[in-house]
Design a protein around this ligand. Structure first.
Ligand SMILES: [Zn+2]
Length: 121
């Protein structure tokens, strides 16, 4: 069933490459951290790269925006990402430092929302 939805997304992208990302059927969402500490959220053909920021001194627990769990300040990390084509317009997100554990708990719908915040102006 899931596979069928992915195919529909690919078909629409092929036939109507200009379709707004908001209107596409859901695809497979990839969520991972690379060797340089950047977090990637990907749903073809969209790809958002989140750049890690320095640790703040606050100790207030925060809610991870991907998995919605309360995490201690040391288990979380702030990231920023450029919005659309404008390299000087940034949005920020707080996520688990442990991307692997987070990706097991994060719902694709939630990841998709973060991804669209970086793609849509
Ligand atoms: Zn998380």
């Amino acid at each position: 069933m899931r596979q069928k939805i992915f195919e529909e997304r690919e078909l629409i992208l092929e036939l109507f490459p200009g379709t707004s990302p908001e209107l596409l059927p859901p695809g497979e969402v990839l969520y991972y951290r690379d060797g340089e500490g950047r977090v990637h959220i990907q749903e073809n053909p969209l790809h958002l790269v989140l750049e890690p920021l320095e640790r703040a001194s606050s100790t207030t627990p925060i809610i991870c925006e991907a998995c919605h769990r309360h995490v201690s300040r040391t288990a979380a990390q702030f990231f920023r990402f450029a919005v659309g084509e404008n390299p000087r317009h940034f949005r920020y997100a707080a996520l688990c430092r442990d991307t692997e554990s987070c990706s097991g708990a994060a719902r694709p719908e939630r990841l998709r929302e973060i991804l669209l915040r970086g793609i849509l102006p």
